[in-house]
Structures are given as structure tokens and as C-alpha cells.
Design a protein around this ligand. Structure first.
Ligand code: DP6
Length: 362
């Protein structure tokens, strides 16, 4: 009897150029390209184990030990179906002696190693790990960018977690989505000094989800059209250049401008969406002042804030500034209930997935 099982993990990523808006909600095709930094595997990752067995009656999924329903035609079902199709086409049809794993149901268990207190969404690392673990289980001879096409259909931002380092998600133009995939801009080793600080302002789950919020923005915001057509393309080019040149001042300027515009577009939505709170705005003011002093001293910007669909700040900075910034944040935001919870220091950009795949003969 063979045991067909594989485990893989994938890290969280935080966008510098935000994805916000879909042109196809089923295939998850974005209205603009985006770019992110993949965070440290050791601190923030999802780890997923998948097993295929002829005795399993149906596909099942557990998240942090709690079973979740796999809805027909839903995002998880789509990812599983796509990977089974690849198993059939790439392995079983070509090598008839391989076991017909695509015909077995799968059981999938996924865990996050980050506390819910980190206040971070887990869909990016979660779907990236799910897709990686099934790809290993099925011994698929495919590249991370092919896997990113599938992870994208789980959650848009998940496609960027298939790579470590600095990652672009090219929006593509083909209606099938075949060219809407992740691309490595530079590996983590290119610029290992970049660190990320996560300032947990609130770990509440309340608010508008990314999925429904961005759909409302697409339907109602005029500013989004300006962003898509006249801002993001130039910004992407400029930030890629900044990354390749290790120009932190430009990287910071673009990252903060894009976070600001993303929240402006949320505010331009009908009804408006507010993701930042007073503490988030006070952290912005602190970083602006920190950079003002730094620029005046001829050192350029040394920190960049960015916010996703919630009030928690991620601050990118170079390693040499981490201690100073943590001290500032803790000084101005003494940790107390309702104001500011915690600050996590993370090293950005470690390469993806120390993975382990196995087929055990038993
Ligand atoms: C603000 O990837 O969570 O974090 O594709 O609907 O699952 P779905 O949305 P999701 O949106 C992420 C939005 C963001 C920006 C970003 O990560 O680029």
C-alpha cells in the first residue's frame, strides 16, 4: 500500500503596488498589475499537507484544525480541480504506470504559524501552500509561474507568494488568464537588507473584505480608472528599477504613494470604505516626520509605510534602521488595549518553501 502525501509551506507577501479590482471575478483577473515583497518564511507562513487515497469519499479541507466546507465551483474546488487536471495531462496520460491519483479524493490540512494577533490575512500564504502541496503530491513537472496561475484563482494576492523576494503579478491581457501570473523581479538575496516591521493596530476581523470591497470600487470609483490607466503602469516600472538599483529612497516614495492612492480609491467607493483608523494615520505622520528629518540630513527616505485592507501598518526599512524605528514606534504608541497591540520585526523576502514532498511506501 502506498501513502500518497506531501507537505509544503508558503509565506505571506505584502504589496508595495496594490492589487485592487478584478476585470474577471471568476478567473480572478486583476484590473492592474501589482508588486510585493515576500516576507520571512520562518515567521509568517502557511503549511499544508495533502493526501490522496482511494478510500476517501470526497475532497475535504481543515484550516487550523477546523473543517471548512469546499463549495462546488468555489475557489478551493477550482484550485483542486485544476491541479487534478494537470496531474492527468502532465503525468498520468504520459506515464501510464503512474498511479491515477487524479481519480482519488484528497484530504488537505493547513496551518498558519502566525498568531491571529498578527492581524494579517492568510489567504495569500494559504492558497499558495495549498497549491504547492498538491503540486508535490501529484509530482507535477511545472514552474512556480504555472502554479501561480492556479493559486491566483484561489486568491489574487496568493499568486505572488509562489516566489520569494520581490515579485510582480503581471495583469496579462488574455481573457483566459494564461498570461496573468507572478514573475520574480529579484530574489531575496539581491537586497537582503530590506526588513519589514508589522505594527498591529488592531486584530479585529471587522470591516469590508478585500473581495467585496474591490468589487464595489470597480463598480463605483472614477478615481480607480485614473489609477489603472495613468498611475500604476509608470509606478511599476519605477519601483522595479528602484529594486534593481537598491534605491531605497525611491522604493519608499513609490510604496507610500501607492498605499495612499489605494486608500484614496477605497474612499472614492460608494459607499466609502475606511480601512485606516486614527492610530494608522498617526503612524503615517510619524514615518513622514522621520523621513523629513532624514532627507534634511541628506540621507534620503529611510522608512516606508504601507497598509492593506485594514488598519495595521507594515513598515519597510533597511536593517540598520530597524532598532531606531521600533524604539520610535514603541515610544509614541505605548502598547495598550484599543490603541496599539504589538510590533513584529520580520525579515522580508526569504525564498519560498522549504518544502517536503513524499510518497511513502507502507
Ligand atoms: C489590499 O488577494 O485578498 O491586500 O483576490 O478577492 O482573494 P481576492 O483578494 P485578495 O486582495 C488583496 C488586496 C490587498 C492588496 C494586495 O495584496 O495587492
Amino acid at each position: 500500500m502506498a501513502l500518497h502525501q506531501a507537505t509544503a509551506s508558503a509565506p505571506v507577501n505584502i504589496a508595495c503596488i496594490k492589487y485592487w479590482g478584478k476585470r474577471d471575478t471568476k478567473l480572478i483577473l486583476p484590473t492592474n498589475s501589482s508588486l510585493s515583497v515576500t516576507l520571512d518564511q520562518d515567521h509568517l507562513r502557511s503549511t499544508t499537507t495533502s493526501r490522496a487515497d482511494p478510500s476517501f469519499e470526497r475532497d475535504r479541507l481543515w484550516l487550523n484544525g477546523v473543517e471548512e466546507e469546499i463549495k462546488d465551483g468555489g475557489r478551493t474546488a477550482t484550485c483542486i480541480a485544476e491541479l487534478k487536471r494537470l496531474r492527468r495531462e502532465e503525468v498520468e496520460d504520459k506515464q501510464p504506470n503512474e498511479p491515477k491519483l487524479s481519480t482519488y479524493a484528497v484530504h488537505i490540512a493547513s496551518y498558519n504559524n502566525f498568531p491571529t494577533a498578527a492581524g494579517l490575512a492568510s489567504s495569500a500564504s494559504g492558497f499558495a501552500a495549498l497549491v504547492s502541496s498538491l503540486a508535490q503530491l501529484y509530482s507535477l513537472p511545472v514552474s512556480p509561474s504555472t502554479l501561480s496561475l492556479i493559486a491566483r484563482q484561489g486568491s489574487g494576492s496568493a499568486c505572488r507568494s509562489l516566489y520569494g523576494g520581490f515579485v510582480a503579478w503581471d495583469q496579462g491581457s488574455n481573457p483566459t488568464g494564461i498570461d496573468s501570473l507572478a514573475r520574480e523581479v529579484a530574489p531575496q538575496s539581491h537586497w537582503p537588507d530590506i526588513h519589514a516591521l508589522i505594527c498591529v493596530v488592531s486584530d479585529d476581523k471587522k470591516g469590508t473584505s478585500s473581495t467585496s470591497g474591490m468589487q464595489r470600487t470597480v463598480e463605483t470609483s472614477e478615481l480607480l480608472q485614473h489609477r489603472i490607466n495613468h498611475v500604476v503602469p509608470q509606478r511599476l516600472k519605477a519601483i522595479e528599477e528602484a529594486i534593481l538599483k537598491k534605491d531605497f529612497d525611491s522604493f519608499a516614495q513609490i510604496t507610500m504613494a501607492d498605499s495612499n492612492q489605494f486608500h484614496a480609491v477605497a474612499l472614492d467607493t460608494e459607499p466609502p470604505i475606511f480601512y485606516l483608523n486614527d492610530v494608522s494615520r498617526a503612524i503615517i505622520a510619524l514615518i513622514v516626520e522621520y523621513n523629513r528629518v532624514s532627507v534634511a540630513a541628506g540621507r534620503g527616505r529611510r522608512a516606508a509605510y504601507t497598509y492593506d485592507a485594514g488598519p495595521n501598518a507594515v513598515i519597510y526599512t533597511l536593517k540598520e534602521n530597524v532598532k531606531e524605528i521600533v524604539e520610535l514606534v514603541v515610544k509614541y504608541f505605548p502598547q495598550r488595549e484599543g490603541s496599539f497591540k504589538d510590533v513584529f520585526e520580520l525579515f522580508a523576502g526569504v525564498d519560498v518553501a522549504a518544502t517536503e514532498g513524499k510518497v511513502v511506501e507502507g
